[in-house]
Design a protein. Structure first.
Length: 566
């Protein structure tokens, strides 16, 4: 590496290391002027020794700040780590920043944008933290934690920043404070919806809930809208994933950890202009009142929430996430599968109800199956649609998404869903009440979120306006859906029979006028909105062998009594 003969400074590609004491004014008040002078001198001696040992050249010292340059980026990173270790747990907390570039060297020292960029990188950090730019990251090895893209003061283009080590610190002090993850795939469609969300949050809405079933794309849409809003919030936009939580009491703690709040959360936020994206709120929805209190305490806080169930607190604005428009669904599938659109693909997308998760999973199967083969096999099993191992467990298969939704229901709600599954084509509210007596109707029916089409399952179904995706509605998938409820045929016989009797979807002629199987399968034809073919499949496993021998198995007796009863 060339070195300036006059100044002895590295030239060419140089790595800058900036340091600065955090809270120097506070330290003077705590230590007194004499104590601060002693601490400052000790701090300088420790850092000079650590940096010089790694080949660093001191460029400038101003007050409590240092600037060193290094010919080797790896040595610069090691020097920073050694310096922080030397300072230890003493009273002086130092933030450090590293950036690599090709600065201009004048007769008086370095000059240019790279020098200023390095200073901004260091200023973004906190005491004890070492922030590293992407330019330096490209040259070094080590345990670096990605902090996302940030816009630095006086620089228009964002820069990816990293941190040495995995210790948790408050958000970086940049123009665009955010921890929003960067999706690995492109955003397809829904630009109108994204713009509507941005408009709502920019025009006074403080609590906006993106509601919808699993796999409808709530999280991705919310992330895209949040990314657009980053410049509008001076204190930042932060993503708080809640999918792994099951205890509502942990929600506030998760938010505090994300923000680096060391004291009370409301005291930490106060009047800061901040937005939180709370992702997957449905399993901790009982924490909704806590969010209401937080909004009252923090006048400039806004919340963007994704949930399969509304929070139902004051000020909430519901934004139901619709399915993709057909052209967007085809574009999403073709983009992920790297195929050209055709009518088969369009039909495949329609059969999946333009559900983003289902389209993504189907596209992942095109490496081994053609779209036509996928379309033909969709009626066979839900497990055909499998995703990659890096996806969340609840999103690796369409069945997993449905089962995850089912697990969020309480015991009584699960029993209610198992009974309502007989209405394969949907049912009216009164039919549901008549056939499935349950306290859940009185407690939930008024909200409308669980008392339509599929009752309690409505909030966690897979597409708005239907009980589940078209693929799952098909007759061959009915058994799979029933297995999700873990309901045995014997245990199910009584409620299924009562359903058939009370809504009168069975013919009332004597059973000997036709075969049992013919009359049972005719239910769907006689009452389209109360089809019982799924029940037929369930009973078929118990009554067919008995039909030939006329033995009265439990399933046969239940069904026979149902047919005889007027």
């Amino acid at each position: 590496m060339p070195v300036s003969g006059k100044l002895g400074l590295p030239t060419g590609t140089v790595t800058f290391l900036f340091t600065d004491i955090e809270g120097s004014t506070r330290l003077i008040e705590e230590l007194g002027e004499d104590g601060y002078v002693e601490a400052l001198a000790e701090h300088r001696g420790l850092l000079r020794a650590a940096f010089s040992a790694r080949g660093g050249v001191e460029v400038d010292t101003q007050g409590d700040a240092f600037l060193y340059s290094f010919a080797d980026p790896g040595n610069a990173l090691a020097a920073a780590a050694q310096g922080q270790q030397a300072l230890g747990s003493g009273p002086v907390r130092v933030r450090m920043g590293l950036h690599t570039g090709e600065p201009r060297l004048t007769g008086e020292g370095y000059a240019g944008r790279e020098l200023h960029r390095a200073a901004r990188v260091a200023a973004s950090g906190h005491g004890g933290q070492i922030v590293v730019s992407a330019a330096t990251r490209a040259f070094v090895d080590g345990e670096l934690t990605e902090l996302g893209e940030h816009r630095l003061k006086d620089f228009d283009e964002p820069v990816a920043l990293f941190q040495l080590g995995s210790e948790r610190f408050p958000p970086l002090k940049t123009i665009s404070n955010t921890n929003l993850p960067r999706p690995a795939s492109s955003f397809v469609g829904r630009r109108r919806e994204r713009d509507e969300l941005v408009g709502l949050l920019g025009n006074g809405t403080r609590l906006l809930t993106l509601s919808g079933p699993g796999g409808s794309g709530k999280t991705r849409l919310a992330l895209e809208a949040a990314a657009e809003l980053v410049p509008a919030f001076k204190a930042g936009v932060f993503w708080v994933p809640l999918a792994t939580l099951r205890e509502p009491a942990l929600v506030m703690e998760a938010i505090a950890q994300t923000l680096g709040a060391k004291e009370g959360l409301a005291e930490h936020i106060e009047e800061r202009e901040l937005m939180l994206l709370l992702d997957n709120f449905e399993q901790v929805v009982e924490a909704a009142p806590d969010l209401g209190e937080l909004l009252e305490w923090c006048p400039n806080l806004k919340l963007l929430v994704t949930s399969r169930e509304l929070l139902r607190i004051r000020g909430e604005v519901d934004y139901p996430v619709p399915p993709l428009a057909e052209p967007d669904g085809v574009e999403l599938f073709c983009t992920r599968a790297q195929l050209e659109p055709d009518e088969t693909i369009a039909e495949l997308c329609r059969s999946l109800d333009e559900l983003p998760l289902a389209l993504e999973l189907a596209a992942a199967r095109t490496s081994v199956l053609s779209p036509a083969q996928i379309l033909a096999r969709l009626s066979e099993r839900l497990d055909l649609l499998k995703g990659g191992r890096d996806a969340e467990a609840r999103q690796q298969t369409l069945r997993a998404t449905i089962e995850w939704s089912h697990d969020l229901l309480g015991d009584e709600e699960q029993r209610l869903f198992a009974r309502l599954a007989v209405f394969r084509g949907g049912c009216t509210l009164e039919e549901g009440r008549t056939s499935t007596p349950s306290s859940r109707w009185s407690t939930r029916a008024s909200s409308g979120t669980r008392a339509s089409a599929s009752g309690c399952w409505r909030r966690s179904a897979s597409t708005p306006g239907s009980a589940w995706p078209r693929a799952a509605r098909r007759e061959n998938c009915a058994g799979g859906m029933l297995s999700t409820c873990s309901t045995s045929p014997k245990r199910s016989a009584e409620p299924w029979t009562r359903v058939a009797i009370r809504v009168r979807c069975l013919p009332v002629s004597p059973p000997n006028t036709t075969t049992y199987e013919q009359r049972w399968s005719g239910c769907a034809t006689n009452a389209k909105t109360r089809r019982c073919s799924a029940s037929s499949r369930l009973f078929g496993r118990t009554w067919r062998p008995a039909a030939s021998t006329r033995k009265q198995t439990p399933g046969f007796r239940s069904r026979s009594s149902a047919l005889r009863r007027p």
